[in-house]
Design a binder for this molecule. Structure first.
Ligand SMILES: [Zn+2]
Length: 273
């Protein structure tokens, strides 16, 4: 395929590799992408019975009104992400970033920590919506963000958590350090520090060949696509957009209408061929 060959040529000449990722990247690892209401309810039949959408569930209000319900949803996701193994596409991209390019950086809207789990340097990852593997106070009583080492027990009949993480400082409810819908108490400092590191890498990359590999970023919450497109307006920058459904991209960039793992494997074979 011509686009695969073209993508491989660009990656072979990249000085800096930027990987941008949305929910679609996790599908090949077996993670649900909550695509549409049906997608969410297929993953969580209990919420269909309760008539609750992803938008309804991913809302900080539950932690205030009924934290056992709020943690039912996030506790289940925490468990799911902990036991998921990132697919081979992550290893392929990490290898490109370390052994072909001089440097790499990841920008992801996923809160699942799969890039860290795949061995990417935590200091080269920008999680724009935060991380489920970190906690903060619900109030919040202070700016502290700490690692989430909790084991949340869940009653799957009711999707309610049996135990609730507590704030280390005031003993009130702790919540995931994730930007939810209609969220005014999310503490952004951790993400801001990651964002600063990313900006530094980009500022120091003038004159270099940048390749952006975007995987599974949909149009529903388009922040990741905007990030790729903004980078794509720089000189010497090529965006490779890999997406089964919405792969179109304007300008002199590369559109690959395939699933992430399949496309990454084909590009890698071309690079090694
Ligand atoms: Zn507190």
């Amino acid at each position: 395929m011509e686009v695969i060959k073209f993508a491989a040529e660009k990656i072979a000449n990249a000085n800096l590799l930027i990987m941008t990722a949305g929910a679609g990247i996790g599908v090949d690892s077996g993670l649900p992408d909550f695509r549409g209401e049906k997608g969410f309810w297929n993953a969580y039949p209990m919420y269909e019975r309760l008539g609750l959408s992803f938008y309804d569930c991913a809302n900080p209000i539950h932690f205030e009104t009924d934290p056992h319900f709020g943690w039912g949803f996030y506790g289940h996701r925490l468990e799911l992400y902990r036991k998921t193994t990132p697919h081979d596409g992550f290893n392929i991209m990490l290898n490109w970033g370390k052994n072909i390019a001089e440097d790499y950086f990841v920008v992801t809207s996923n809160v699942d920590g799969q890039f860290q789990k795949a061995g990417f340097d935590p200091f080269k990852i920008y999680e724009i919506h935060g991380s489920i593997h970190h906690l903060q106070c619900l109030a919040p009583c202070c700016d502290a963000i700490w690692e989430n080492n909790e084991n949340i027990q869940i009653d799957y009949e009711t999707m309610r958590a049996k135990n609730i993480p507590k704030c280390r400082f005031c003993d009130r409810v702790a919540r995931p350090n994730i930007l939810m819908f209609g969220d005014y108490s999310w503490l952004p400092q951790r993400s801001h520090e990651q964002s600063d590191r990313f900006d530094n890498v980009i500022q120091n990359a003038s004159g270099k060949n940048i390749v952006v590999v975007e995987v599974g970023a949909g149009t529903a919450v388009p922040s990741i696509r905007y990030t790729s497109e903004r980078l794509g307006r720089r000189d010497n920058t090529t965006v490779i957009r890999i997406n089964l459904r919405e792969s179109q991209i304007a300008g002199n960039h590369i559109s690959i209408p395939m699933r992430g793992l399949e496309a990454l494997k084909m590009i890698d074979e071309e690079l090694n061929g």
